[in-house]
Design a protein around this ligand. Structure first.
Ligand code: NDP
Ligand code: 8X3
Length: 252
């Protein structure tokens, strides 16, 4: 569709699937993540298979100066971002409040909340100038349902819910849509990261039912961005059929 789509956390999972979905739709991509070699591989693959342009923008979303430098210094042909997908995020640990590590809490808050704010603050001026734009914030069902040992991860996603509402309200005069997506269990590298490389624990998260895939979420996001100008999906909860909410699953 020839739009410029900026996706944070595009090196795996939902973000990578978004890059593939938008590329298939003919959009041009700015892809971010910390793992530069993965970004380059994704760029090569997407530009080989689609008639689109891809710009890699490796940075840590929680590094304030780097975020603003990278976005303010985008080449002219990349400045007019149409869609921002604030996807970069993580859970670190699944520990009771009293056992959890402060450093894990800090990293989750800095990435899921502060990083999302930095990237948004840097991108919004151009959307205001253009009097159009669409920001997709990847929250989670965990922002609505606090489960045992989810504590601060859930808190960061509750914060994303509130931030989305605040953004949407304040961006009304500027014709900028804000869509808050709340997925349930999606089989990505999320649990591997959460359990710090423990493959068995990560795999247990998705046993006994069919989880969502990154592509399921990406196709939903693509749909949200394909609606007429006057239509905005504000909030969208999407779970596997075997998941009723943040805590109830039917597992075989
Ligand atoms: P993945 O671990 O597969 O992907 C996470 C992405 O975020 C990676 O590309 C990673 O890239 C990037 N990332 C992490 N930290 C940073 C950082 N500091 N700066 C820039 N990029 C970063 O997990 P998912 O695809 O599942 O997660 C994507 C989003 O979806 C997250 O916000 C997560 O909270 C949310 N979510 C996930 C669900 C699930 O069940 N999987 C359910 C609900 C929401 P790199 O390491 O290269 O920096
Ligand atoms: C990820 C979904 O339920 O593992 O946001 O927290 S959950």
């Amino acid at each position: 569709m020839n739009r410029i789509v900026f996706i944070t956390g595009a090196t795996s999972g939902i973000g990578k699937a978004c890059a593939e979905a938008f590329a298939s739709a003919g959009d041009h991509l700015i892809i971010n993540g910390r793992r530069e070699e993965r970004l380059e591989a994704i760029k090569n693959e997407l530009t080989e298979n689609h008639a689109i342009r891809v710009l890699t923008l490796p940075f840590d979303v929680s590094d304030k100066n780097t975020v603003f430098d990278a976005i303010y210094n985008l080449p002219d042909e990349w400045k007019n971002i149409d869609i921002l997908v604030n996807n970069a995020g993580l859970a670190l640990g699944k520990d009771l409040f009293n056992d959890a590590h402060l450093h894990d809490w800090e990293t989750m808050i800095e990435t899921n909340v502060t990083g999302l704010l930095y990237v948004s603050k840097a991108v919004i001026p151009v959307m205001i100038k253009n009097n159009k734009g669409h920001i997709i914030n990847i929250s989670s069902i965990a922002g609505d349902f606090v489960y045992q040992s989810g504590n601060i991860y859930c808190a960061t996603k509750s914060a994303v819910n509130a931030i989305s509402e605040g953004m949407r309200t304040d961006m009304l005069p500027h014709n900028i849509k804000v869509t808050n997506i709340k997925p349930g269990a999606v089989d990505t590298e999320f649990s591997l990261v959460r359990f710090k490389g423990d493959n068995d624990k990560a795999a247990q998260t998705y046993t006994g039912f069919k989880p969502l895939s990154g592509e399921d979420i990406a196709q939903t996001i693509l749909y949200c961005t394909s609606l007429p100008d006057h239509v905005c999906i504000n909030d969208l909860t999407i779970t596997p059929t075997a998941q009723a909410n943040g805590v109830y699953f039917f597992k075989k």
